[in-house]
Write a protein that binds this ligand. Structure first.
Ligand SMILES: *Cc1c(COP(=O)(O)O)cnc(C)c1O
Length: 399
């Protein structure tokens, strides 16, 4: 059946692809060995450094984020290496499973999924590791299954306080270009990113941003690698090329995305996400529901997971919203399946899109018979209006 109007894609990734990016990709595919391609390659490779805020190389893979997870591990580690990972939720658990299958020995610091990373637990474990068996600490910056964000600066400080030489690897797939991230300043050794969330692109590209220390580790690391090999990439990348056929049309889109992010300004992009997240949490509170992430300091700027009242199915609610209002909301993953739904408010997104999204949620709660109070949308609108614009409209209103 035809559903008129635009679909509301409010899952926390893939996100809405803006028309400007769709237009930029709608081009004939070029010769990836031509000088024109080299110029595009150099532009996006340099451009991504401004997004990761790094001075070292960025590698771009024609792969989903999972590929870049694998690339981070196989380039830097050897069979049997211990890696310290933190159980923030479903995505951290998937990364751990990947490490296990690669022949690494992941150690999982237990979490309850409703709280963020506790840097003290990392420091304590690293202090015990006097022989430095642990070669890497891996954390998910923004745990997309729960809506909890970790402080990477604090994780760095914990590793330094323990005086431990492990590499720091961070998954920013659902935070890059939505929540502040600083590879160099925070001393991150490998950052993993993906195209389909804050970068506003379709799925299909992923990234490793790499420090000098990680690059040095890659020279002695013994896990087998070929497709993911940084060593193969580096010489080709110097002139903007790739050792195999790159995802050319996605790279046109990436160049456009980088321009758009800088036109808005990265700080403004982060502030926009934080403001939409705050408005969303105000709606959830007004409905009388619980935000799944319990610690305000860890509340995510890119998505909000909402806990369903006991005895009510999140999946049934999401189905009603999809069928009635043509809007996709994120589902609960693995051990919180059917218990939460997730509202994505990241990527190319504005106040009225959020207003529409929250309206769909509030009407859906009523249609699905989920106990709640009305007025969530109004609470969000009040916050949006009170914090709208660059300040000019507010100043005028106050005069
Ligand atoms: C989406 C996501 C992934 C998985 O990326 P794919 O592109 O599906 O392989 C990994 N980690 C986080 C934090 C994510 O949000």
């Amino acid at each position: 059946m035809r559903m008129p109007g635009r679909h509301f894609l409010q899952i926390p990734g893939p996100t809405n692809v803006p028309d400007r990016i769709l237009r930029a990709m709608d081009m004939p595919t070029m010769d990836h060995r031509s000088p024109a391609f080299g110029a595009l390659g150099l532009r996006v490779l340099a451009g991504m450094k401004t997004i990761f805020k790094c001075s070292g190389p960025v590698f771009i893979y024609p792969a989903s984020g999972t590929g870049a997870w694998e690339a981070a591990l196989v380039n830097t580690l050897s069979p049997g290496d211990a890696v310290l990972m933190y159980e923030t939720g479903h995505f951290a658990t998937l990364w751990r499973g990947l490490a296990l299958r690669l022949g690494l020995e992941p150690e999982f610091l237990q979490g309850d999924w409703r709280t963020g990373v506790h840097p003290g637990a990392i420091e304590e474990r690293l202090r015990e590791d006097r022989e430095h068996r642990i070669k890497a600490v891996c954390v998910v910056h923004n745990e997309t299954s729960t809506g909890c964000t970790a402080s990477i600066a604090e994780v760095r400080a914990a590793i330094d306080a323990a005086g431990h030489p492990a590499l720091l690897m961070v998954d920013t797939i659902s935070s890059l270009a939505s929540i502040d991230f600083r590879q160099d300043e925070w001393g991150v050794d490998v950052t993993v990113g993906g195209s389909q969330k804050g970068l506003m692109l379709p799925p299909g590209l992923s990234f490793n941003a790499v420090s000098a220390k990680a690059l040095a580790a890659s020279r002695t690391a013994r896990l087998p690698r070929s497709f993911w090999s940084w060593e193969e990439m580096l010489p080709a990348n110097e002139k903007g090329f790739f050792p195999y056929t790159p995802a050319t049309n996605l790279l046109y889109g990436l160049a456009e995305a980088i321009d758009m992010l800088h036109e808005e300004g990265l700080d403004a992009v982060f502030a926009r996400h934080a403001r939409h997240a705050e408005a969303t949490r105000r709606a959830v509170a007004a409905w009388g529901l619980d935000v799944f992430c319990r610690e305000p300091r860890n509340h995510s700027g890119s998505l909000t997971a909402v806990l369903m009242p006991e005895g009510h199915s999140a999946d049934r609610f999401r189905r009603i919203v999809a069928e009635t209002f043509n809007m996709s909301l994120g589902n609960g993953l693995s051990k919180i399946a059917d218990r939460v739904f997730r509202i994505g408010h990241l990527g190319d997104f504005n106040d009225l899109m959020l207003a529409g999204t929250l309206s769909g949620v509030e009407m859906g709660l009523a249609l699905a018979g989920v106990p709640h109070r009305r007025g969530g949308v109004q609470a969000a609108l009040d916050h949006l209006a009170a914090t709208a614009g660059a300040g000019d409209a507010r100043k005028e209103a106050a005069e």
